[in-house]
Write a protein that binds this ligand. Structure first.
Ligand code: C5J
Length: 221
């Protein structure tokens, strides 16, 4: 076991059983003209973490440890997008499936649904299209992780309080040991990111642990 300095106390990482999870580093959330921007958000906040996410991906690749990339997106006929999701956000502008500057918003295969080049998956890495905010909802993620013997998950990506937090909570409930990388995740709202870090680590790590890239890098080198 490798001990990583973390909150609320050191995280014990099993190098044989740990995967990096990179949530939704897609053009639709990170770039101007995508879904996040259509909701009125400042996407530059998310762009700031791109170098750190690229660095942790490189670290896991160097170690030969598995990486799971997710993309929040729907089938072109939107049959996997419940009306409650599609119609949410009255007056917020474009909706899921509408055509924006990078094609149809959050639709599989459209330019906006692609992972940004700096974080793009390599052949052999796990890539999952998820129709929900959480990565276990209507996906094969749980089976894929169990098949590989993975028990420990290191969470990165966007947005902290939506898809990252939901996925981490789902994972925690399924028995995975979860570590949130505070400088490799970001929200459109600084206060929400801070709140997530406090919430998941409170009460003795009720959802998991939190650390930063410097602490993880020095522990695993
Ligand atoms: C959102 C996500 N914010 N990936 N999705 O709708 O967090």
């Amino acid at each position: 076991m490798i001990e990583v300095a973390a909150e609320p106390y050191p995280f014990k990482l099993d190098p044989e059983r740990t995967a990096l999870v990179v949530i939704d580093m897609q053009r639709d959330f990170v770039e101007h003209g995508g879904f996040g921007a259509a909701l009125g958000n400042d996407v530059t906040r998310l762009q700031a973490i791109i170098p750190a996410v690229a660095e942790i991906i490189a670290l896991f690749r160097a170690k030969g440890w598995p990486i799971l990339h997710t993309r929040e997106c729907h089938r072109p006929d939107l049959s996997d997008c419940p009306p409650s999701k599609r119609l949410r956000g009255e007056g917020a502008g474009l909706r899921i499936g509408d055509t924006g500057a990078m094609g149809r918003l959050l639709v599989r295969g459209e330019p906006g649904a692609a992972i940004i080049p700096e974080c793009a998956p390599l052949d052999g890495e796990m890539v999952v299209d998820k129709p929900g905010k959480g990565m276990f909802c209507n996906t094969d993620v749980e089976a894929m992780l169990h098949e590989r013997g993975i028990t420990h998950l290191v969470f990165t990506g966007v947005t902290t309080e939506v898809c990252v937090q939901t996925s981490m909570r789902e994972a925690n409930d399924r028995g995975f040991e979860c570590l949130l990388m505070t400088d490799c995740t970001e929200s459109y709202f600084a206060a929400y990111k801070a709140a997530v870090i406090s919430m998941v680590t409170a009460q003795g790590g009720i959802v998991g642990w939190a650390t930063d890239l410097a602490a993880l890098s020095s522990a695993v080198k």
